[in-house]
Every structure is written in structure tokens, then in C-alpha cells.
Write a protein that binds this ligand. Sequence first.
Ligand code: PBG
Ligand code: ZN
Length: 333
Amino acid sequence: MKYPITRPRRLRSKKGLRDMVAETSLSTDDLILPIFVNEAISEKKPAEGLEGHFYYPPESSDLADFILSNLELGIKGFLVFGITGKKDFHGSRAYSREGPVYRAVRYIRDNIGSEPVIFTDLCICNYTSHGHCGLPVEKNGVKIIDNDSTLEVYSKIAVIHAEAGADFVAPSGMMDGQVMAIRNALDSSGFSNVGIMAYSAKYASALYGPFRSVMESEPKFGDRSSYQMDPRNIGEALKEVQLDIEEGADIIMVKPALFYLDVIRMVREAFPYVPLAAYNVSGEYMMIKTSADKGFLDLNRAILEATLAIKRAGANLIITYFAPLIAELIKNR
Ligand code: PBG
Ligand code: ZN
């Protein structure tokens, strides 16, 4: 059937109708909000470089208020990142009960309770003196990032996060076997109820720039391309996701989101039954924000369009720095 019998514009004639026939919708249930807790500060401070975001001291009413106000907006999921002034080779502050994530999550559980769904980023780059997500060792005069010794550190971190009260740990270091190692560590420590959201297909991307300056996690030598994925690959993303599912991941992830919508779509089609998260990363956030600041585009419309694109591509969950703004926009729609 074609024109003039078929006229697609009939379905676009008024807003109510467009809303009724829309194929994709965005809800606050889809959103996860990143939060930065910094043990080196005693007061809430702007996270320079990630405009609109703040560092919170791990035990502060500002942290509690921030989470409460976002719960009020309908946001349910939070992804906690820890920042420390005390870096060392192994990133020991990441698995310390004195460390920022342990203290913050404890504080949230003690003061807010069980309602917020808490994910904790599990990596060492921001805790280590070398700034890598794994432990460097020297082999034949060359520094490489050692996989299996890193897994031991990740296992300790997972148990500490679980003990603090995290619902899910989210390993982001792209070591082989990290999901299996963490699953085993959690299970053998009595935390079989704690889930894993795996950063499965995480690309070596230029779009992490603002985040690394906020986290002070830029590697001190080399780059991350020996463990993060090559942007030229998509088949490899399916392999990474499949391995993570087999190792016990409850939620899988593609990261970044907007430059990798094809990957999101392909993973969604290959694994239709696993919850899929996509990380709308710091560089993507700042791109939209700075163009809006310069007057090139309308911020609210651009945010909704970008976030919807990620949903339409096939993500169930979107990790986004725009979460509070999106929640406001949904409410006032
Ligand atoms: C590090 C980590 C990164 C992000 C989250 N955890 C990036 C990296 O430096 O490799 C990126 C988040 C963002 O850019 O918003 N394991
Ligand atoms: Zn890392």
C-alpha cells in the first residue's frame, strides 16, 4: 500500500496521538546516576571539568541530601565512584574499610536505608600510583599490565563493597576473567545475593577525558589499549559480552553509548534476555553541554533525543550525568 492511500503524516497530526504511537519511551526507571565521593575533602566541592557535578565527602549530609533529592525525582539507581588522596601500587584504598566507597555506601545504608539501588564502580586506576586499571609488571624490560594478579585485587574490592552494602559491583577494568573472579569471591564470602553489572564491551575511547580529570585517573605511562577494546571492532564486543554472561554477569554494558549505538543494537539482538546498560560517558555529556552553552543547540531537546537514541538502540539502563535533568524533563513533559 502506498501514497495516496497511505499517508504516514496522519499519525503525526497531534501531540496526544504522537505520544500514543511512540515506539520508545524514557522513564526514570531507566536511569543510573554516577556519584563521586572523595575522601580527601570535608565539604561538597564542584567536580571541575564535569560541569554541574560535585565531589561529596563520604560521610556528609550533602551526600545524603543529593541521593534523597534524586530518589524524590524518581531515580532509583546510583553508581558510586571513589576518590582518594592516598594512592599506592596496588590501590589498597580501594579495598580498605577506611576508603571512600566503603564509607560512603555504609553511610548511605545507615542514613537512607535500603531504597537506593547502589552500584559501585570496581577498578583501581583512580587508586593506583601508576593510574592503570591493572597492576604493571616488567617483562623483558617492557611494562605490561598483568591480568591475573589484578584479579586478586578486584576480588578483595568486591567483597569490601558488598560488605559496605552495595547491591551490585560494576567491574570496569577490562581484565579477562574479572567477572568470574569477582563472582567466586562474592559467593565464597557469603555475598551470593550481590550482583555484577559488567562493563563488558568497554572501548579505548577519547570520550573519557573529563572523567579522568575529575578522578585524577590518567595513566602515568602508556595508555589503556592493551585492555580496553579497539574502536574498530564490533564482533569482539559480542565475544566479551558472551564471556561475561557465562562468567555470571547479571547486567552487561556497552560503553561509551552514543558513538557505539551499533554495538548496543547488536548486543541487544544477540542477547535479548539479559539486561543491557549503556554508559553515556563524560565526553558525550560535555559535548552536548558545551554546544548548548554556546547556543548551538537546545539543551533539553538534545538531552532527550540523545538518551532516547540509546534506549531505541536497545539499552534498558542508561548511566548518565544528565539523569537529574532528564527526570525533571520527564516530570514536566
Ligand atoms: C575507569 C573508568 C572510566 C570510566 C568509568 N570508569 C574510564 C577510563 O578512564 O578508562 C569512564 C566514565 C566517563 O567517562 O564518564 N575504569
Ligand atoms: Zn580503571
